[in-house]
Design a protein around this ligand. Structure first.
Ligand code: MG
Length: 252
């Protein structure tokens, strides 16, 4: 897809500012959604465009994912100068924005125990463990089992004090620290003194990022269907590669 029309115009304006931040979610954007999360290989065009963008003067580039940061690094193959932020915006290369104390770690262990019991009970569900959170995946379960497992998670550990809940597509994630992709973008914008931010995301958690893009040059891009506060919408990872390439071409 050639990026033209209002989005093409917004990209051109963004790319001509002195200092900008180009950021994207990973799954569903740079990589397709797959049934086994460990198989989510990035689109080579997007990887090349992100690396090229990070080499341009005045442009900071970041991936902001729900995954653990180490997992994001291994799967994407990207790293410095591309900034990787994991755990829904809470996990930077310098560690967690909010420290994981022994008490929080113990709470996380109790949540993991509950999730593992649900995964043992409902076939096709699985538990992902991250440094400050755990995710129950229900994408591969029957619709009935998926609904039942999510409901029990919501009534159970999600309601505990000190547990922060994030709902995504076919997942529920419980963290023991506060996480927000919006906070992460605010922080990255401050660090780089960016005049504008372009952010691409496909999931419910990305709405917190879109909601923070209020400056005149900011560009928010939603991938796929679903309600969104983003200003622009594209279809899928192929279009993400087109957008990233358009940013690089526009600035080069
Ligand atoms: Mg995503």
């Amino acid at each position: 897809m050639r990026i033209d029309g209002p989005l093409g115009h917004a990209i051109a304006e963004f790319a001509h500012l002195d200092r900008v931040l180009l950021a994207s979610d990973y799954d569903g954007c740079v990589a397709p959604i797959v049934s086994r999360p460990e198989d989510a290989k990035p689109d080579p065009r997007s990887v090349a465009a992100l690396a090229a963008a990070a080499a341009l003067p005045g442009m900071d580039v970041a991936l902001v994912s729900g995954r653990a940061r180490a997992d994001l690094a291994a799967l994407s193959g990207l790293g410095d100068p591309v900034v990787l932020v994991g755990s829904h915006g809470a996990e930077f290369d310098t560690g967690f924005a909010d420290p994981v104390t022994a008490e929080k770690r113990a709470l996380l262990d109790r949540v993991i125990t509950e999730f593992e019991a649900l995964a043992a009970r409902f076939p096709g569900t699985s538990v992902e463990i991250k440094p400050a959170s755990t995710t129950l995946h229900v994408r591969n379960a029957s619709p009935e089992d998926a609904d039942a497992a999510l409901a029990l998670a919501a009534e159970g550990p999600a309601s505990w004090e000190g547990v922060h809940v994030t709902y995504g597509k076919a997942v529920i994630e419980l963290a023991v620290i506060e996480t927000s992709k919006g906070h992460a973008l605010d922080r990255l914008r401050d660090i780089g003194h960016a005049q504008a931010v372009l952010y691409i995301g496909d999931d419910i958690t990305d709405e917190k990022a879109f909601a923070r893009l209020n400056l005149p040059g900011d560009v928010s891009v939603k991938v796929g269907d679903g309600a969104t506060s983003a200003r622009y919408r594209i279809d899928g990872p192929d279009d993400v590669a087109d957008v990233l390439e358009a940013v690089v071409a526009s600035r080069s």
